[in-house]
Design a protein around this ligand. Structure first.
Ligand code: NAD
Length: 477
């Protein structure tokens, strides 16, 4: 490192601590933001997004090489705007203290739970949906009355700089700030004693983030990755389902945490399904290289990783079906690809694919398909296609995952009415809508004693009355 880089790096780290101290100070010195203050912050965020929509779309596309403008508008900006709408609508109700039951033994008394801000929340986000995964958590964090610091990914530098500027223009330093930088900044960020840390990214980095947070006893929400399967049952129309799986897989060129990672298909239909996926792709993306709808791979490293994984499977005897377009490599695009017979010990079936490559695995019974999933880490998402309710129930009961969409893909993650999150190695904790408000609040229990405190009347000194009351309480059913 030369002197200039060292100085910049130190400046970045000093900034990090300074901003944290400013935000931490206001959360320890004042009252929680009122309903109106929270709504006004959400409104400012909405206006900032709407005013800068075109700039965000352009920055993200330029970071990727090409990122579909419609996908950025729909799957990033649109989803954040939905989240804001939902929070503004529900917030007054969510913030209301909740009355709780008080056992007769403790009467007369009243009990309630207040959902209060935690304080300063850190948000570390990945590159694949850089706006949605920075501002999605932020909406719930603001709704819960917190201050926030965001560290976006170094792989989307144009977007990250734009976000830092627009947030700084919209919010004061003691409300929200974005800090940019590489892995060293991310590491230092995760070591700050936040009141809560939200991390979205890979399972490997998630482990490091949780370790760093543990030193401060900072609670974490970890939104991680994994291999999300799609089970295609025997009773469905293969061509129709292939289209649905292809939609979820090739959006953002497969660089979606909940994209179907691989498909489990009845053995007799594997080839027909693979061909139907490629046929569907031909309709979705008639060309690839110059097609603005088909997104590039984020970096050369990820491009080589994907091409290498397919080459490895091909060398091991797998059949590779691929949409053809000669110019894709120059646009850092990987053509939509189906791999039949990928070896279980190869990269494609060992690691999260995170690109437009779909292994199709044959199965002979539903139990075998479920056992295949259950031999692996619990996935972030699970997809199942069947017309039979009992079959879908058997699948949902038989393989645990973070979330599920039945007879479709992805869309459970777009719901504000229920939490989105993983389980085990695919994540800890969920958010979105009211569940996000609860996740980023402290549920504070309050008990108000009535005109007499019976327990204080019993002793000490403890005597016969206390013993009689103990016996009565112990015998209660
Ligand atoms: P990543 O784990 O490499 O990086 C995520 C963020 O962590 C980046 O901002 C990076 O700067 C930061 N980081 C890197 N090293 C760090 C460290 N040692 N300490 C603290 N922070 C560090 O992930 P990525 O490549 O950006 O994203 C892809 C992964 O994210 C995939 O595994 C995908 O499944 C997952 N993902 C999950 C969700 C979800 O909601 N569950 C959503 C999108 C992506």
């Amino acid at each position: 490192m030369d002197t200039q880089i060292v100085t910049q790096h130190q400046d970045g780290l000093a900034d990090l601590h300074r901003i944290f101290d400013v935000q931490h100070g206001v959360t320890r010195g004042g009252l929680a933001p009122t309903l109106q203050e929270r709504k006004s912050r959400l409104e400012k965020l909405r206006q900032m997004l709407v005013a800068n929509e075109a700039a965000f779309v352009a920055a993200i596309s330029s970071d990727f090489g090409n990122r579909s403008a419609d996908e950025t508008r729909m799957l990033e900006i649109g989803l954040v705007l939905n989240g804001i709408r939902c929070a503004r609508k529900g917030l007054a109700r969510w913030m209301r203290p909740e009355k709780r039951h008080v056992d007769v033994a403790f009467q007369p008394a009243k009990a309630w739970v207040r959902h209060e801000p935690l304080g300063v929340v850190g948000i570390i986000s990945p590159w694949n949906y850089p706006l949605f995964l920075s501002l999605g958590p932020l909406v719930d964090v603001i709704a819960a009355g917190n201050r926030a610091m965001i560290k976006p990914s170094e792989l989307t530098p144009r977007f990250s700089d734009l976000l830092a500027r627009t947030i700084a223009d919209t919010f004061s330093e003691d409300e929200i700030r974005v800090v940019t930088g590489g892995v060293e900044v991310a590491q230092a960020f995760s070591e700050l004693p936040f009141d809560h840390l939200v991390f979205t990214g890979s399972t490997g980095v998630g482990r490091k983030v949780m370790l760093a947070a543990a030193a401060n006893l900072t609670p974490v929400t970890l939104e991680l990755g994994g291999k999300s399967p799609a089970i295609v049952c025997d009773d469905v129309d293969v061509a129709k389902v292939a289209k649905s799986v292809a939609f979820g897989k090739f959006l953002n060129a497969g660089q979606t945490c909940i994209a179907p990672d691989y498909a489990l298909v009845p053995s007799s239909k594997v080839e027909a399904f693979g061909k139907a996926v490629i046929a569907a792709v031909g309709k979705f993306y008639p060309t690839l290289a110059g097609n603005g709808d088909y997104t590039s791979i984020i970096s050369d490293r990820h491009y080589s990783r994907l091409v290498g994984a397919v080459d490895e499977a091909r060398a091991a005897g797998a059949t590779v079906l691929s949409a053809r377009d000669d110019g894709v490599a120059a646009a850092r695009k990987v053509a939509p690809t189906v791999v039949i017979g990928a070896p279980e010990n190869g990269v494609l079936m060992r690691e999260e694919i995170f690109g437009p490559v779909l292994p199709v695995i044959g199965y002979d019974s539903l139990d075998e398909a479920l056992a295949f999933i259950n031999r692996r880490d619990r996935p972030l998402a699970l997809y199942a296609f069947s017309h039979q309710r009992e079959t879908l129930e058997k699948i949902v009961d038989g393989a645990i995952s973070g979330g599920v969409t039945l007879n479709g893909t992805l869309l459970h993650a777009a719901q504000d009415g229920m939490a989105f999150g993983g389980v085990g190695p695919s994540g800890i904790g969920g958010y979105h809508g009211r569940d996000g408000f609860i996740r980023f609040s402290h549920a504070r229990s309050v008990l108000k004693i009535g005109f007499i405190n019976v327990f204080e009347k019993l002793g000490p000194p403890w005597g016969g009355l206390a013993r009689t009351v103990s016996k009565i309480l112990a015998r209660r059913r």
